[in-house]
Design a protein around this ligand. Structure first.
Ligand code: 5GP
Length: 195
């Protein structure tokens, strides 16, 4: 079992509706040593790629993305959520449905911060149905940037996002993949992965 899987078993709680709560180390209080280890693991996994920018989405991806960016020595750009419908042409936009809040948000990235010269690693905390990732991929592709890889902390492998994104040909790596979890028995089962 890896460091993140151990932490999930120790402190994560399984909620109804296929939601895993990791508020004590990732989504509310943040354990920076753990985020640092996650960042280092992404650097190890994607060391052969010439990444010059990390792309993530507001809000919960930002912490992990920052520590990963520290290890790659590159900047982070995060897609911002906005209510505005009158956006000028200086933005890339995508529509993203939130898994946890069941709301649709427009997310934007300024054209100033992403373009054809960028070789991007996309980072997020969770992968469920893949809506957030598809929004970020759309933005990167609109910008003419290449998506060199995708790093996820926790993938819920029983939901369809991961297999869809892999079928699209992206190099997706999740540090912990949950194959099943049960809010009644409070159990979480991980997928064995070759590192
Ligand atoms: P997706 O777009 O893949 O359906 O969902 C990914 C996004 O939803 C992540 O950015 C994350 O913020 C949130 N999310 C999805 N599932 C969970 C979960 O089980 N627990 C938490 N804390 N966030 C989740």
């Amino acid at each position: 079992m890896n460091f993140l899987e151990e932490r999930i078993l120790k402190e994560g709680t399984v909620k109804e509706g296929n939601v895993l709560k990791v508020d004590s180390f990732l989504n509310h209080q943040m354990d920076i040593d753990l985020l640092d280890e996650i960042g280092r693991e992404f650097k190890r996994r994607f060391r052969s790629k010439k990444i010059n920018k990390i792309l993530t989405i507001e809000a919960s991806g930002i912490g992990i993305a920052c520590l990963a960016a520290y290890h790659f020595d590159v900047p982070v750009v995060f897609a911002k959520k906005t209510q505005s419908i009158n956006l000028d042409g200086d933005m890339y936009t995508a529509e993203v449905e939130s898994f946890t809040h069941r709301t649709k948000n427009k997310v934007i990235v300024s054209k100033k911060f992403l373009g054809p010269k960028d070789r991007v690693l996309i980072i997020d905390d969770f992968l469920a149905n893949g809506c957030a990732l598809r929004g970020l991929i759309k933005i990167a592709e609109e910008a003419g940037a290449s998506v060199e890889g995708i790093g996820i902390a926790i993938e819920k492998g029983f939901q369809p996002g991961g297999s869809k994104i892999r079928a699209m040909g992206y190099d997706l790596y999740s540090i912990a993949i949950i194959d099943s979890m049960d809010s009644r028995t409070k159990t979480v089962r991980f997928r064995e992965q070759q590192i």
